[in-house]
Design a protein around this ligand. Structure first.
Ligand code: GLP
Length: 243
């Protein structure tokens, strides 16, 4: 596991974008696994800047997002579909048919999960997966539980996640109670993993995830067993880890 410490969130965005850019340059038709939340916003901003400077070409890149809220349609401003368009896709030359996000409006959840898992397999797997980390250690929407989840599945969101994510909605009541998320096994199958974390509120969970026991109670702790993980985190998020 490689840990890169940055001064702040903006430097973190540049570091993480640099790693993603290197992946695109090495394999122009690579498959990127993407994440939502506030953590990747600077990274996406930097990728847009690199594209605008002519340093990056997304025309052959495919993307697969980690998760989507159930019950939110593509036109819903809080959907991860909308987030990705706003924060990245509409600013770069990626083909919309090459971007993939679980369908939050599906009427057949089981089938949608199978479709998504098959889609990742048909793409040949994910070359580089970007991850944030929830305050309770979740990755994607894989919440703490008694066992590690396997493939793409429907998740009941924990009250703490609803509380943490309510900032994007009018109120906690508007946060969907369920989501479709890639499973831990889906994530572990991936070639390279890039986890980003910033701010003092992520310090305790980052220490637990990286140095504590590997346990499904802290889903991100499973990354200790993956052989190609890079962590890019700022000083505040790494303040409880001696490097
Ligand atoms: C959400 C997403 C995760 C993300 C996490 C952290 O629940 N499903 O993929 O990593 O929140 O969010 P933030 O980066 O806003 O702290």
């Amino acid at each position: 596991m490689r840990i890169i410490k940055t001064k702040d969130k903006s430097e973190l965005g540049k570091e993480a974008a640099g790693i993603i850019a290197a992946q695109i340059k090495a394999k122009p038709d690579c498959v990127l696994g993407l994440a939502t939340g506030s953590s990747p916003i600077e990274t996406y901003r930097e990728l847009i800047r690199l594209y605008q400077n002519g340093a990056l070409d997304f025309s052959h890149v495919s993307t697969v997002n980690l998760d989507e809220y159930l019950g939110l349609g593509r036109e819903d401003a809080q959907s991860y579909y909308c987030f990705m368009n706003e924060q990245l896709f509409r600013h770069v030359n990626i083909k919309s048919e090459n971007t993939n996000i679980p369908d939050g409006m599906t009427t057949d959840i089981e089938r949608e999960c199978l479709r998504y898992e098959a889609l990742i397999e048909n793409l040949g797997g994910i070359d580089l997966q970007l991850l944030g980390i929830g305050h309770n250690g979740h990755i994607g929407f894989n919440e703490p539980s008694e066992s590690f989840s396997t493939v793409t599945h429907c998740v009941d969101l924990k009250p703490s996640t609803i509380e943490a994510n309510k900032r994007f909605f009018d109120s906690a009541n508007d946060v969907p109670r369920q989501a479709i998320s890639m499973g831990i096994q889906t994530i572990l199958n991936e070639g390279k993993i890039l986890l980003i974390a910033s701010g003092p509120d992520k310090a305790a969970i980052l220490r637990e995830a990286l140095l504590g026991p590997v346990t499904p109670e802290v889903p991100a702790s499973i990354l200790q067993l993956h052989n190609h993980v890079t962590i890019v985190a700022d000083e505040a998020a790494l303040s409880e880890i001696a490097l």
